[in-house]
Design a protein around this ligand. Structure first.
Ligand SMILES: [Ca+2]
Length: 625
């Protein structure tokens, strides 16, 4: 291994001359680039020199070890003559080369494993912000989530790229918005291989990758030519006894098995995808385990009744199950001495499976819990208010692992390394003042299994939602056709309020349906299922439950216009077919659904405007005769 010892000194804190110690200078510079947060060998560096391979620009230089005086600092390798120091170096303090920092830079083919962090993504299924004890939600106890937040950062404004399982997971795995993923941007479809996932790329760059529980899904990855779940190799063999409604996957034991199979010295990237707290819950399991309904804070879009409190309590119990396995994983990492250099990300895919939450762009659909720890790099115990999209975490994983994201299908997320390395709390990076999210088809829940296209923009104060097809039912049609029939006659119709299949069947939905005509409680069902206007605007600081739509109020017209312009401009820039296609994005309806289908009566808009019914070849062969 060739090595060169460099002396770095500077007078302005941004540039540093580089030379071999005491002797000759090789006459080039190290430039700190705030944009990539790396120290890069300047273009003036000679193509040849002590320790510099010939044609340095063309030859990948991998800097694997750096020593500042006698203390080794871990750096990430890079193929573009750039390197990163795990702790900030203040060049300005080293005014003379004689007292400069001594950097030992080893040049070799690939960085050794110990220098790159491990990655552990823990992702629950259907958990909203603020449902963790670190956020002060009293009905729940999540010591493992809180431990990660304490060792690292607690994010109060993290948002999912989509309020549904498969689109969110595809977005997270690729770092792209759902409208940049074709089929994979919708629920239970397929996932084209051209959209590379971070697990595959990390593996190709020396990582050992695996997952347990729920990876990408539901959907059909095989039909796209993939040979495994996009979340990695499956580690799910170890089972345990578990309560009703909860997976018997011993997630933590499977993680330990994964660690044991990891070749010595190789960094890992593991995806822990619990299937909790996805429906169904065993009714009363929260109370059974001593959770207290009196401590539940019911969001304003649900009625505060004992039935609803109990349903939320059962949900809390399942979150705690997810958390307990996470705690065991953290213990295993600590015992192995790996916790310090592991990037731990704990979050969820989409909001709680309750009416007006999951599968909606409202707060309880898109606002996610998030704790991130990386003790080797990030100073802990901080609470951050920057608006972060979970696809920014994908960018962070690439950044931390020093693996280039795909060139053909570039990521849309932006690394949060600058937040991690900052010492600040609250709003750290002023440029992070907006996030985007959206949805298309969720379940088979309306005429021709059409979707309910929504896009939204969230700023620190406002949530602006645009509904592209306001004539469709947002939570699904109220009635299905009985027995899978598509004859579409009144005799075939299922019961009124028997539909709304974009809301998971649950005690809370049944409670609302049973009281749909109640003078006091009837409004709650209607808030969840009634048709919505094209534009919705909420002042989140006053109305986190998103009940007071300001979009048509003249006093808010200027804010609405501004947010509309910002959202649409971003969607155009990121080539969303809902904005850019001449047919308004009907291509979304041509992506097959591989889960079961339901059949619904033809709505009035489709009878009156048959030309507006999207063509769906995939659906015709499945239509009951
Ligand atoms: Ca989910």
């Amino acid at each position: 291994m060739a090595a060169m010892v460099l002396t770095i000194g500077t007078t302005n804190g941004r540039f540093a001359s580089v030379g071999t110690p005491q002797k000759e200078s090789i006459g080039c510079f190290v430039r700190y680039s705030p944009a990539v947060e790396r120290y890069c060998l300047d273009y003036r560096c000679p193509a040849t020199g002590p320790g510099v391979p010939q044609r340095a620009e063309a030859s990948p230089i991998t800097i694997s070890v750096i020593k500042v005086v006698a203390k080794p600092f871990v750096v990430a390798h890079d193929e573009r003559r750039c390197f990163r120091i795990s702790k900030p170096v203040n060049f300005a303090m080293n005014r003379s080369p004689a007292f400069g920092l001594l950097l030992l830079i080893g040049i070799c083919g690939i960085a050794s494993a110990a220098e790159r962090p491990n990655v552990l993504v823990a992702i629950s299924d259907d958990q909203s912000y603020p449902h963790a004890s670190a956020y002060g939600f009293e009905a729940i106890n999540t010591p493992a989530f809180d431990r990660v937040a304490k060792a690292g950062l607690l994010f109060r404004n993290a948002f999912t790229p989509a309020p549904g399982c498969s689109p969110m997971r595809a977005a997270f795995l690729t770092g792209r918005n759902i409208w940049q993923l074709e089929h994979a941007g919708t629920h239970a479809s397929s996932f084209a291989t051209k959209y590379e996932v971070y697990q595959d790329r990390l593996e190709a760059n020396g990582y050992f990758v695996g997952y347990t529980g729920k990876g990408w899904g539901p959907g059909n990855w095989k039909i796209s030519g993939r040979t495994r779940n996009p979340a990695g190799n499956d580690f799910s063999a170890k089972k345990m006894e578990s309560p009703e409604g909860i997976s018997n996957n011993d997630y933590a034991a499977n993680f330990v098995e994964f660690l044991q199979q990891r070749p010595k010295g190789q960094p890992f990237s593991f995806w822990y995808g619990a299937t909790e707290p996805h429906r169904t819950f065993k009714k009363g399991i929260g109370r059974e385990h001593g959770l207290d309904p009196a401590q539940v804070k019911v969001p304003d879009f649900l009625p505060d009744t004992p039935e609803i409190r109990d349903d939320i309590l059962d949900y809390c119990f399942e979150i705690q199950w997810f958390d307990q396995h996470l705690g065991r994983m953290l213990d295993a990492l600590e015992a192995a001495g790996e916790l310090e250099n592991t990037l731990v990300i704990v979050t969820s895919d989409n909001g709680m499976a309750f009416p007006r939450a999951k599968a909606n762009c409202y707060e309880y659909g898109i606002h996610m819990p998030l704790a991130v720890a990386w003790p080797a790099v990030a100073s802990g115990g901080r609470t951050v208010d920057d608006l972060v999209n979970l696809i920014d975490l994908t960018a962070t994983i690439y950044d931390a692992a020093s693996v280039d994201p795909p060139a053909e299908t570039p990521i849309a997320g932006r690394s949060i390394r600058n937040i991690l390395t900052s010492k600040k709390e609250g709003f750290v990076d002023a440029s992070r003042d907006a996030v985007y999210s959206g949805r298309e088809r969720h379940s088979s829940s309306r005429f021709n299994s059409l979707g309910y296209p929504q896009r939204c923009l969230r700023t620190p104060q406002y949530l602006y939602i645009h509904n592209f097809r306001p004539e469709r039912w947002p939570a699904g049609a109220p009635q299905t056709l009985n027995n899978g029939k598509s004859a579409d006659t009144a005799a075939d119709l299922g019961p009124m309020h028997g539909g709304y299949h974009d809301i998971d069947a649950c005690p809370s939905l049944s409670f609302l349906v049973d009281r749909s005509d109640d003078a006091m409680l009837g409004k709650f069902l209607h808030w969840a299922v009634d048709l919505r206007p094209a534009d919705e605007l909420f002042d989140i600081r006053k109305d986190p439950s998103c009940l007071n739509n300001l979009a048509s109020i003249p006093a808010h017209a200027a804010v609405k216009a501004q947010l509309h312009e910002r959202l649409f401009s971003y969607l155009k820039q990121t080539d969303d077919a809902r904005l850019t296609a001449v047919d308004g994005g009907d291509i979304w309806e041509t992506y097959p659904r591989y889960s079961s289908l339901r059949w619904f009566p033809t709505p009035d808009w489709a009878k009156e405007h048959p030309d507006r019914v999207p063509k769906q070849p995939w659906l015709e062969s499945k239509r009951p005769k």
